[in-house]
Design a protein around this ligand. Structure first.
Ligand code: G1P
Length: 275
C-alpha cells in the first residue's frame, strides 16, 4: 500500500515574480484553489493520507493552508460562505500533514532525499504541484500509477509525449514498450540539449518511488545545472533493477510556465469550477 505522498515545494518560482516574492508558487490559485491542493486531492483519491511537504523559507502559508483559521471560520460560521471551505475541511479530516524544510536549494533529487525523514522506509509517491494533472474521464494520474505499482512493485515515472522543440525542458526516457503505454526504462537524461533527446517521452511531475532511491540519491553526484537530479538517480535504479515509465491518461498543464498556468485556469474555469 502506498500511504504517503511527498511534495517538494521549496523552489522559488522565479517565473512568476513578483507574485511569488512572498507567496509560494504552490499557493498560486487555479481559479480559487491553490495548486498544492489539486495535488493533495489527487493523492487522497489514490488512497494516500500522509502528505509530506518539503518547504523552504517564506513558505509558511503552505502550512497554514492545511490548518484551521479560527478567526475566519468564526466570522463566516453559519453563513453561506462556509460552503466555500467544505473541500479543504474534508481534506483536513482525511489527511495528515508533515513538513520539513530544505535549507539549501540543491535540486529535486536533494529535496526528495530531505523528505526521507518524513517518508521512512516505504514506497511513496512524489507530486510536483506545478504539473497540474486532470483526468475527467476516469482515475487521476496517481491512482492510475498506484494500480500499476500494485502489479509491478517497482519505481514508476509518468511520461507524456512532447514536441521536439520542447523536449529539452524535461527529463527524457528511453525504453522498450512492454505493454500498452508502459515502458521498461533503459536510459534517461535530464534536460538533453536540443536535438539529442533519446525519445519524445518527457517525465512529468508524478513518480512512485521505492525507498532504495534514498540510498541511491545519497551517492548521486550533482548533475545538470550543478543540482542533484532525481533523473540521474532513477537511471542508476533502472540499471540495478527496474524502472517503468507510464504514459498516463488525462491532461497535464505546466503551471510552472505562464502559458500553461493560463491554459489550466481557463480549463478549470470552463469545466470544473462551480461558483
Ligand atoms: C523537473 C525534473 C524533470 C521533469 C520535470 C517535470 O524539472 O527535474 O526531470 O521532467 O520536473 O515537470 P523542473 O521542471 O523542476 O526543472
Amino acid at each position: 500500500m502506498i500511504k504517503k505522498c511527498l511534495f517538494p515545494a521549496a523552489g522559488y518560482g522565479t517565473r512568476f515574480l513578483p507574485a511569488t516574492k512572498s507567496m509560494p508558487k504552490e499557493m498560486m490559485p487555479i481559479v480559487n484553489k491553490p495548486l498544492i491542493e489539486f495535488g493533495v486531492d489527487e493523492a487522497l483519491e489514490a488512497g494516500m493520507n500522509g502528505m509530506c511537504i518539503v518547504t523552504g523559507r517564506g513558505k509558511n502559508s503552505l502550512t497554514d493552508h492545511f490548518d484551521i483559521n479560527y478567526e475566519l471560520e468564526n466570522e463566516i460560521s453559519g453563513t453561506p460562505k462556509e460552503e466555500k471551505l467544505k473541500d479543504i475541511r474534508a481534506i483536513m479530516d482525511n489527511a495528515y500533514f508533515t513538513f520539513i524544510r530544505q535549507r539549501e536549494m540543491k535540486g529535486l533529487g536533494h529535496a526528495i532525499l530531505i523528505g526521507k525523514k518524513l517518508i521512512g522506509d516505504q514506497p511513496f509517491a512524489v507530486v510536483l504541484a506545478d504539473d497540474l494533472c486532470i483526468n475527467e474521464e476516469g482515475d487521476g494520474v496517481l491512482k492510475q500509477m498506484v494500480a500499476l505499482y500494485n502489479q509491478f512493485r517497482c519505481t514508476i515515472v509518468a511520461v507524456q509525449e512532447v514536441p521536439e522543440d520542447q523536449i529539452h525542458k524535461y527529463g527524457v526516457i528511453k525504453g522498450e514498450m512492454i505493454k500498452d503505454d508502459i515502458y521498461r526504462v533503459d536510459d534517461m537524461v535530464e534536460k538533453p540539449p536540443q536535438g539529442t533527446a533519446p525519445s519524445n517521452l518527457a517525465i512529468i511531475g508524478r513518480y512512485i518511488l521505492t525507498p532504495d532511491i534514498f540510498d541511491i540519491l545519497k551517492e548521486t553526484p550533482p548533475g545538470k545545472g550543478g543540482e542533484i537530479q532525481i533523473t540521474d538517480a532513477l537511471l542508476t535504479q533502472a540499471k540495478k533493477g527496474c524502472v517503468l515509465a507510464y504514459k498516463f491518461k488525462g491532461k497535464r498543464f505546466d503551471c510552472g510556465s505562464v502559458p500553461g498556468y493560463i491554459e489550466a485556469t481557463n480549463y478549470v474555469y470552463d469545466n470544473i469550477y462551480e461558483d
